[in-house]
Design a protein around this ligand. Structure first.
Ligand code: SAM
Length: 278
């Protein structure tokens, strides 16, 4: 028992929170599991936690019980608010809930650093938010770490290394400015109702500066073009970028006949710098 609140099955029954597909709802009802996910975010004491999509509040309860200074939770489904209000009562002044779409709400105004983001979100929203959180106009970003649930296949793309099928834009975008690792694997049965696929929790810690210098927009463009035609040799896939791409590839230590999949982050950054300067 992590708190004095009723079991989540009772909460769902009392508030009639039947999972709705339209909200991408697959709930975690095992409080031991939500406490484990909260612990995967590291030491929460002294941190504000931004939780997106708290639903009936299983993970929220884990975050509060694990000592988060404050939790700011953004939930789109108004039906969940009474259940979340009960949690707020048990943890006075530590839980603030905003009803709204996480893609539209300005959470920053309500947060005090250091901030950790933790979420079990619908997969499409999760990927979109991850991309936004990884590509702010200014780096370092508002958050110190992101601990997020993904479809396992997406989680594998985030942590992928060169030479693997899963390696591509996501791994490079995240790896450029953060460390990422899979910290927990979950079978479909961990959720109510169970989704079709397995899931994994990814823990991402920001670096204060990018691992290698490069202009963010140029790097993003190079990587996008390279992987849009991942089977082609780079001299062909990237020929639209520069009239003499072959020379720039060579100057960056990349064989023009190589394919995107074989190229590491450092070389992509070198190429982005060469493009910027030529
Ligand atoms: N965190 C809860 C848990 O682990 O049991 C719920 C997880 S459920 C997969 C996703 C939650 O995100 C639902 O409560 C859903 O209503 C909410 N949600 C979906 N889209 C959202 C959005 N755009 N903004 C905020 N919340 C959203």
């Amino acid at each position: 028992m992590i708190d004095d609140l009723p079991p989540l099955r009772d909460v769902i029954r009392t508030h009639d929170l039947r999972a709705k597909k339209s909200f991408g709802q697959n709930f975690l009802l095992d409080l031991n599991l939500t406490a484990r996910i909260a612990r995967a975010a590291g030491d929460l004491s002294g941190a504000d936690v931004l939780e997106v999509g708290p639903g009936p509040g299983g993970l929220t309860r884990g975050l509060l019980a694990e000592g988060a200074r404050r939790v700011l939770a953004i939930e789109k489904d108004a039906r969940c608010l009474p259940a979340l209000a009960e949690i707020a009562q048990s943890y006075p002044d530590r839980l603030q809930v905003i009803e709204g779409d996480a893609l539209a709400v300005d959470a920053l105004a309500h947060l005090t650093p250091p901030v950790k983001v933790v979420a079990n979100l619908p997969y499409n929203v999760g990927t979109e938010l991850l991309i936004r959180w990884m590509t702010p106009d200014i780096w370092p970003p508002f958050w110190d770490s992101l601990t997020l649930m993904f479809q396992r296949e997406v989680a594998e793309r985030i942590v992928a290394k060169p030479g693997s099928k899963a390696y591509g834009r996501l791994a490079l975008m995240v790896g450029w400015r953060a460390d990422a690792k899979i910290v927990l694997n979950l079978p479909p049965e961990a959720f109510t109702p169970p989704p079709k696929v397995s899931s994994a929790v990814v823990h991402i810690t920001k670096l204060n500066a990018p691992r290698f210098p490069a202009d963010a927009k140029v790097l993003e463009r190079v990587v996008a073009m390279a992987f849009n035609q991942r089977r082609k040799m780079l001299r062909a896939a990237l020929k639209g970028l520069h009239p003499d791409i072959e020379t720039l590839l060579q100057a960056s230590g990349i064989a023009p006949t190589a394919r995107a999949e074989e190229i590491g982050l450092e070389q992509f950054c070198a190429l982005a710098r060469a493009l910027k300067n030529n």
